[in-house]
Design a protein around this ligand. Sequence first.
Ligand SMILES: [Zn+2]
Length: 296
Amino acid sequence: MERTTRKRYTKAEVPQHLQNATAADTLEQILKMPGEMDDTYNRYKIRLSLGNMALLATQGLHEFGNTLPRWNDDFHRSVIMGEKAYYIRRPAFKKELNEETGEYEEKLVGFPFVKCWFGVNQTEGDEMPPHQSPEYSIPQLLETYGIEEEPFRHVNGNCQGYSYANRIAVNPIAKWPDRTRLHEAAHYLAGHTVPEFNETYQDNMHRGRAEWVVETAAHIALKMAGLTHLMNENASRYYTENWRQGQDIPDEDCKQAISIGEKLLKGMRVSAANLLTIGEGNNQILEAGRPAGGEV
Ligand SMILES: [Zn+2]
């Protein structure tokens, strides 16, 4: 049980610019943030969503944080007198009667803004323990979501990779094989590899939107994980950041890009402790998917 007597802030107290932020604003903030932010915000046992990382960055907090009771309990540190909390969005639940079972069940009702987050520099007390940075593995990503990589069979040399059902393939001469791997995995996570989607995919506008979503998702995941050496960062940034110049990207597409980016990031995370075992099991996938000489 949390010891906090959490105060519920009324909506009126939340600054307008935070309340009114659209998915496009959140995405813009994510793209502006420096790389490796997953390690900055998600140290120790914290798992903040991309949306919350962006929300904290918008408010000017660029360091590891926690709630007041967790600072006390987990780190034996207390919040310095006079420090003001930052907003994050936390899931809120409501107890509802299930008429069939006659029992009360917790139901997610939304993600209200809660002013409860303090950065490490707003606290004092015990030394911070040494932290373990998150480790990332692309074979782990494929395993997490049951995605299978098969040898590339396309004759079109310009094609970097492809995906269908839960299978992906990467061209052995792909320029950025891991980025392509993420791009194809993102197609699968976005529901683009089912036959019904294929019918609409032929339509150019639909295709452009789908490609933008997965490309942006792959960019976000690699950047937040600090794996920018696996992609041509400039070209990728150009592609994702200059979208306003062409046409407005619908907010639902921005939302989807963030959500798929989040899934990629989560799926790639491994703790250092089990990196070895997971790596060993996946060598076969690596070898099948990355013919010799094709790696950068
Ligand atoms: Zn694609």
